[in-house]
Design a protein around this ligand. Structure first.
Ligand code: ZN
Length: 197
């Protein structure tokens, strides 16, 4: 599963998780595996537990820093930011640690966007996640896709674009309909769905 990416916008920008963060998280997973093999109560186990805790704190700080900078940048660039409601059910069903970290940081990111938007007096619009990836952003036709389908291809209007950009456009359209405003500088952000292997 591809965990490198963070979000995509309706304009086609894709934001990846920073390289240093991916590296730190890989390092943490390695130490955790090593830690779990140590014998209980041994001196080494105490030492490795300290290393895990220190690295975990370091990663948390790095992540927060990344999320703060990213959310501030969006708030400064747009008057309306639309995003999809976080799917809690999908999160708890998740068994991969790295994936849960990425889900958790997405939740923190949306919280940051929401309070920063309120402070700045701009719109942060949360919309329901129904059909955002299946609907054609060009004509509204439903185009069924599995997670493995990376391209959106509509036989009705002929639109062919990246599936995540199509979803981000739907998120933005839905938010603009909710707010009832047009002609403002607005941005839709969607999660980049992992590439199935
Ligand atoms: Zn279409």
């Amino acid at each position: 599963m591809g965990l490198n990416s963070f979000f995509t916008t309706n304009r086609g920008e894709k934001i990846d998780n920073p390289r240093y963060l991916i590296k730190s998280e890989e390092k943490l997973a390695k130490i955790q595996r090593w830690h779990s093999r140590k014998k209980l109560k041994s001196k080494n186990r105490g030492k490795s537990r300290l290393r895990v805790a220190k690295l975990y704190e370091e990663i948390t700080n790095q992540r927060l820093d990344f999320l703060h900078k990213l959310s501030t940048k969006l708030i400064k660039s747009f008057q309306l930011i639309a995003f999809e409601k976080l799917n809690i059910k999908r999160m708890t069903r998740n068994e991969y640690l790295a994936k849960s970290i990425s889900d958790a940081s997405w939740g923190v990111f949306l919280q940051m966007l929401t309070y920063k938007a309120a402070e700045a007096g701009i719109w942060a619009v949360e919309i329901s996640s129904q059909n955002t990836s299946q609907t054609c952003s060009g004509c509204g036709n439903i185009v069924p896709k599995t997670l493995a389908t990376r391209k959106h291809k509509c036989h009705k209007c002929g639109l062919k674009i990246d599936r995540d950009i199509n979803a981000a456009r739907n998120i933005l359209n839905s938010a603009l309909n909710t707010v009832g405003t047009t002609g403002i500088n607005a941005c839709g952000v969607g999660r980049l769905l992992p590439t199935m292997k």
